[in-house]
Design a protein around this ligand. Structure first.
Ligand code: PGA
Ligand code: MG
Length: 233
């Protein structure tokens, strides 16, 4: 079997960024007089990038915000988030061991996140993760983002690989839908920021800890995907 391409989501999958997202979001919306949001709120707000997160925070408080009004608030968020980076954000337990395991077995690793590239890349760099991945694509890398299949397919192309060699690992509906739309298998993690239990999203597999992310699991899911495609042909 050719070496797999293992594609990871970032926020809520590779790295626990919630405390810093909440701090920067609350700093941002305080400027508009909005009350601070909590971790429970964040699971409904995060997933579609910073602009959508700000808009959803306004909706949560019963306020509408137009596209033009978001831009200065986005700048306020970016300035705060970049200044504090990496703040208290840390890779999830067992991540580095899992990445070592996969790399030693010959897998290629990539990141497909809806976070802006200008935040995703330096965050990963500061956490010592960047060099492990052959490509990192963000929510603004292509004209579309997850759950659009083209975000994942574009990531696979940048990695120089094919869709039938890839698996997607994520924490939210955007990841599982994007994988389904791209026709690749998915693994959901239970420790991220989904607003529903991830099993309800019907991923191909669910893990509670990175110790469960083994090369045999990855090979099995990719092999099953290839078998299903062959059966349809
Ligand atoms: O920051 C977001 O809104 C989403 O980021 P993710 O795609 O890495 O989960
Ligand atoms: Mg995520």
């Amino acid at each position: 079997m050719t070496a797999p391409l293992v594609i990871f989501d970032l926020d809520g999958t590779l790295v626990d960024t919630a405390p810093d997202l909440i701090a920067s979001l609350n700093h941002t919306i305080a400027a508009a007089g909005l009350a601070p949001v909590t971790y429970a709120d964040l699971t409904h707000l995060v997933g579609q990038g910073t602009r959508v997160m700000i808009r959803r925070a306004f909706e949560l408080r019963g306020r509408h915000i137009g596209d033009d009004a978001i831009e200065p608030l986005l700048d306020r968020f970016l300035e705060h988030y970049k200044r504090e980076m990496p703040g208290s954000s840390r890779p999830y337990p067992g991540l580095t061991e899992a990445l070592d395991r996969l790399s030693e077995a010959g897998a290629n690793l990539a990141v497909c996140t809806n976070k802006l590239e200008e935040l995703a890349v330096p965050l990963m760099e500061k956490l010592g993760l960047l060099d492990r991945f052959i490509t990192v694509t963000g929510g603004d890398t292509f004209p579309v983002r997850k759950p659009d299949a083209r975000h994942i397919l574009g990531t696979i192309e940048r990695a120089g690989r094919r869709a039938d060699q890839a698996v997607m690992i994520g924490d939210s509906i955007n990841d599982i839908l994007a994988a389904r739309n791209a026709g690749i298998p998915s693994i959901a993690v239970t420790f991220g920021y989904s607003d529903v239990p991830v099993a309800e999203l019907q991923p191909d597999h669910v893990i509670d800890h990175f110790s469960e992310l083994t090369t045999s699991l990855v090979d099995r899911l990719i092999g099953a995907g290839q078998a299903a495609t062959a059966a349809q042909a």
